[in-house]
Design a protein around this ligand. Sequence first.
Ligand code: GLP
Length: 263
Amino acid sequence: MEIIITPDYEAMSRTSAEIIAREVKRKHDLVLGLATGDTPIGTYKKLARMYKEEGLDFSKVTTFNLDEYLGLAPLHENSYNYFMWENFFKHVNVSAHRLFVPQGNTDDPEEFSEWYEKKIQEAGGIDLQVLGIGRDGHIGFNEPGSSFASRTRVKALYEQTIKDNARFFEREEDVPRFAITMGVGTIMDARKILLIASGKGKADVCREFIEGPVTSQITATALQLHNYAIVVLDEEAAGGLERRQYYNWVRDNKHVVEKRIGR
Ligand code: GLP
């Protein structure tokens, strides 16, 4: 894993947007996996600015979102589909028929999940998957104990996750107890992964998933088994890392490192 520590949320957002933009420029029909939550909002803003000011072109990009609350219709204002339109899609030149978000109000989640996996395959697989991280270490909605081999399916949410996400709803009782989420296996199939994290509240889990043992109890630790995972953190989220000096040396000597490892 490449660990990039940035000073603050603003710099984390800029760095992650630059990484995404680099991939979009490299491959105009990129298949991009997307995440929701507070963390990527700044990244999406930066990408929207790159589109407006520099003409970064999303017209051929296909996107697949990680997850969606089960039971919420796509236009529900707490749905992740709605979130994506408000925070990203409507601000750039994406093509609506290339945007995929799991359908929360499907009658048959199992059949839908199979269809979603098939769509990802048909698109040629995910080139770059963007991730946030939950305080219990989840990626997507892969709560503790999710198999590293899991595919898109319904997951029951942890109490902690429900509490953390209650801020988006009027009342905690309104937070759905279930979600459709890409599995850890689906995420791990992406050619490249970019996880972003910000704030003190994520410091413990960032230390655990970057420097702790691999365990399905913290599903983000699966990234240690991926051959191209980049983690962009701000100072607060990096607060608990023991090897930060090493990560910073690598970051500050990137030209030397790239020459050696050939990326
Ligand atoms: C939700 C999403 C995750 C996201 C997490 C963290 O649970 N399913 O994909 O990473 O929230 O959200 P935030 O960025 O708001 O801390």
